[in-house]
Design a protein around this ligand. Structure first.
Ligand code: HEM
Length: 398
């Protein structure tokens, strides 16, 4: 294990309170191979990983994708045409965990609806671009099949966010449980495929380690849920304690559905923040792959009229993520737009939330920007041409 991942293992354990008494190393950290069952960097999704490896090796992926097309709602029966052992496994996992709290999940859905304006911005421009400076994730995404078509991939990822945030997401008539399970299958396939890519091998920090461990998924969760919660707090968006708890709960259930073991899932926002500081913040870094992905993602928005310039978009990303990240990604400066964002955005929030009585300058511009961004998001998700989440059969072509 490299020093970097050893450090992550240790810090994740500390953040999770696994260290026990102060100064004592957690049990898993003392294992020379670092491979004990309690180490999230060495935990993947064994059962389904083995199933997907066989499905891929037997050339059954196209048939599985065809079968899964009609499997959409949480209460849909499992489709016919799946290999028997895959169907048996899905029957076991395709449900909410016993600890899921329906009242909190409903509140989370209501919270997502009430705050959707900020969530579009934060998930889309904040988390989306942050994923490009998480090198392990950026390199996996770039060298997997989906990396060659970021528009299609972004649309599929939107599906996850949309279903998670939907009013009925976790209800029987909703779609999130199925979407999360499809994603879990995709990740299992990637674990089998990427190690066979010589180009991924050439750039991976640890080419011999299987990608998308529980630790990696936790890092990504922090770039999504924890980051969004932190920014909403910093931006003084009013949230009740019950809202905050419900929002965390929806993410706890989401990462459970993606195969993260319960003992690794943070129980409170304080634990999540501590974990994020230890495992996400120190690993953020630029990479060639990440720069290209960021350019692709920001270029997507250029296809529609957001009512703002690319300079404004660059400055909003800098505002949401930091100038360091903006510099890593080579986002051209626009100082006039920067000034507008820094003063106009807090005022926009304050006015929307009824905290100031006078409509600030630039209100309509921000409003138009958000509406256009939301339309981009919703069109992608609801358009009949949107590609549903499908299991890849290979890595990035060409
Ligand atoms: C695929 C979400 C963590 C790498 C997907 C898809 C979704 C998704 C919705 C299916 C859409 C698609 O095929 O593009 C998530 C969420 C995560 C997470 C919500 C954590 C909370 C990770 C991590 C990595 C990763 C940690 C790598 C380090 C990939 C790759 C694909 C994928 C390579 C396949 C893209 C392809 O089709 O080639 N993920 N993911 N994901 N994810 Fe994740």
């Amino acid at each position: 294990m490299s020093d970097l991942s050893r450090r992550n293992v240790l810090s994740l354990g500390v953040a999770l309170g696994l260290a026990g008494v102060a100064g004592a190393a957690p049990a898993w950290a003392s294992s020379a191979a670092g491979a004990s069952a309690g180490d999230p960097w060495w935990v993947w999704d064994d059962e389904v990983d083995a199933l997907m490896a066989t499905v891929l090796d037997n050339g059954q992926v196209p048939a599985v994708n065809t079968a899964m097309r009609s499997w959409v709602n949480n209460d849909d029966p499992l489709p016919g045409g799946l290999p028997a052992n895959l169907a048996t496994w899905l029957r076991k996992v395709n449900k909410l965990p016993s600890w899921a709290d329906p009242v909190k999940l409903r509140r989370a859905a209501d919270f997502n609806r009430r705050k959707d304006t900020y969530l579009f911005m934060l998930y889309g421009l904040g988390s989306g671009i942050m994923s490009t400076v998480i090198p392990r994730e950026a390199k996996s995404v770039y060298w997997s099949a989906g990396g060659a078509d970021m528009q299609d991939r972004a649309a599929k990822t939107f599906t996850f966010g949309y279903d998670l945030s939907d009013r009925n997401g976790f209800e029987p008539s909703g779609q999130f449980v199925v979407t999360a399970n499809k994603t879990r299958l995709v990740h299992a396939a990637v674990r089998h495929l990427l190690p066979r890519s010589s180009r991924w091998q050439a750039v991976a920090d640890e080419p011999n380690r299987i990608p998308i461990s529980n630790g990696d998924i936790l890092v990504t969760f922090h770039s999504l849920g924890t980051y969004v919660h932190k920014k909403l707090t910093e931006w003084r968006v009013p949230m009740s304690a019950a809202d905050e708890e419900a929002f965390l709960h929806s993410w706890q259930v989401a990462i459970h559905l993606l195969g993260v073991r319960e003992e690794f899932i943070p129980k409170t926002w304080a634990a999540a923040y501590a974990q994020s500081e230890q495992v996400l913040t120190p690993i953020l870094a630029p990479s060639q792959e990440g720069r290209e992905l960021a350019e692709d993602l920001l270029g997507l928005t250029a296809q529609i009229d957001l009512g703002v310039t690319r300079g404004f978009l660059n400055e909003f990303v800098r505002y949401a993520l930091s100038d360091t990240v903006g510099d890593w990604l080579g986002l051209r400066r626009d100082y006039a737009a920067a000034a507008l964002v820094r003063t106009g955005w807090p005022a926009y929030i304050a006015f929307r939330e009824g905290l100031i009585p006078i409509m600030p300058v630039g209100f309509y511009m921000f409003d138009q920007f958000i509406r256009a961004l939301a339309m981009l998001f919703l069109n992608k998700v609801t358009s009949p041409t949107t590609t549903p989440i499908t299991i890849p059969t290979g890595n990035r072509p060409g």
